[in-house]
Every structure is written in C-alpha cells, then in structure tokens.
Design a protein around this ligand. Structure first.
Ligand SMILES: C[S@@+](CC[C@H](N)C(=O)[O-])C[C@H]1O[C@@H](n2cnc3c(N)ncnc32)[C@H](O)[C@@H]1O
Length: 216
C-alpha cells in the first residue's frame, strides 16, 4: 500500500485563500472571541507595542487596535498581508503596519514587544520549541504571550494527509513554554469550531494560552 502524499500548507496556499478569508463568518467570530479573551486576561494599554504573528488579514488585530499603541502584523503570506494592508488604508488606521516575516527563516526584527499574539498559526510552524524561544526573545522582559490554537485532535481538522501539528496538549505546551522562559502559563477555552465530516459533526475547541516572559 502506498502511503498518502503529505500536503504542506505553504505561503502560496494562504495567498490563494487571502481574498476570501474575511468572508468566512467563523473566522471573523473566532477573531472577535479571541480578542475578547485577551482583553479580559491582560491589562491592555495604549502604550503597548504588539506583534500579531501569522496575522493573516488581521482578524484578531483589528478588534484590539484601539486598546494598543501599535500592532505589527507579520505573516509569511504576501497575499494575506495585502488584504490586511488594504483594510488598514481603507479604514485610515494609523497604528497598524504589516511585514512579510517567517521567523523560522528570516532574521529577527530589532523591535521588542510588550505583547505577542498569534491565532491558529502555531500548528503551522514545524518547530514549536524554537518559535516559543523566538517569541521569548522578541518580548520585552515581563511581556505577554497569547497563543490561540486547537486543542489536541486526531488530524481530522485539516485532514490526516496535511502536514501540520494536530493541535496541542495543554500540559505539554505548558512545559514547552516554561522551558522557553515563560511563567504564569494559563489556559482557557475561547471558541469551538464545528466541522461536518462523513461520520458526522465534530467539535474542535480552540484554547487561549497566556504566559509572561520571565523578567531577566
Ligand atoms: C489559519 S491562518 C490564521 C490567520 C489569522 N491569524 C486568523 O486567525 O484569521 C494561519 C496564518 O499563519 C500564517 N503562517 C503560517 N506559517 C507561518 C510562518 N512560519 N510564519 C509566519 N506566518 C505563517 C499563514 O500565512 C496564515 O496567514
């Protein structure tokens, strides 16, 4: 029996999805719900600088823009960033900028941030430990990390042939975050994605993990 071919969801995949991304009401509601959970978990203020990593079109950043000083939207997909930049220009937003950035291959930006948030992107990044260490390096001492992603699942969310992490076990991710230098790691469930499969409807909970960079 031949093994099924592995599919990689690369930047070209997200480029092709970018123009229709915001038409999906589940994506829009997910961004709103995660934003709400972040503002309840962390005292945001208009002096804070933020990095939204894997920002896509900015569905998480736009709801938070008036509560933060600046937001850098970083993504490896130029198509996603083009949509984000168009929205920024159309709405006359002055505190959001975009950058094409893949922290797995590109040099780290020089800026350091008060808060990093990332929504549904961690499962696309192959080396979880490395990206957690990079997030720690990019935060100011005591800065906040907010990761929204899928709880551990059986691979049916994307399809077993797709080369992504199948969600994350909360205990294991806590240990990885602590090893990367984070403390005060907390989880809550913030959203549920329901998907229809041939075998029936399946629920995929989305967690928000918040943590603080240890003060060095
Ligand atoms: C599922 S989408 C989520 C987009 C957005 N955060 C949202 O919630 O609507 C994942 C995003 O991560 C980006 N991405 C995947 N791997 C990345 C990487 N290594 N570096 C930067 N962005 C990445 C993709 O281009 C895509 O925009």
């Amino acid at each position: 029996m031949t093994s099924p071919q592995t599919i990689r969801l690369d930047a070209a995949h997200f480029d092709a999805k970018a123009l229709q991304w915001d038409e999906n009401p589940v994506f829009r509601e997910r961004g709103q719900k995660i934003a709400q959970a972040i503002r309840q978990a962390i005292p945001l203020d208009p002096h804070m600088s933020a990095l939204d990593y894997g920002s896509g079109t900015g569905l998480l950043s736009f709801p938070l823009k008036d509560e933060l000083g600046s937001i850098l939207l970083a993504d490896s997909s130029g198509g996603m960033l083009d949509v984000a930049a168009k929205k920024i220009a159309e709405q006359g937003v002055r505190n959001m900028t975009t950058v094409k950035l893949d922290l797995m291959v590109d040099p780290l930006p020089e800026q350091r941030f008060d808060i990093i948030f990332t929504s549904m992107t961690l499962h696309h990044v192959p080396d979880t430990d490395r990206i957690l260490h990079i997030f720690h390096d990019l935060l100011k001492p005591g800065g906040h990390l907010c990761i929204a992603d899928l709880d551990k699942e059986d691979g049916s969310f994307h399809g077993i042939e797709v080369d992504v992490h199948h969600g994350f076990d909360r205990t294991e991710l806590t240990q990885r975050a602590e090893k990367a230098g984070f403390c005060d790691v907390r989880f809550q469930t913030v959203f549920n994605i329901a998907k229809e499969h041939e075998t029936g409807k399946r629920d995929y909970p989305v967690f928000l993990m918040t943590a603080r960079g240890v003060n060095l």
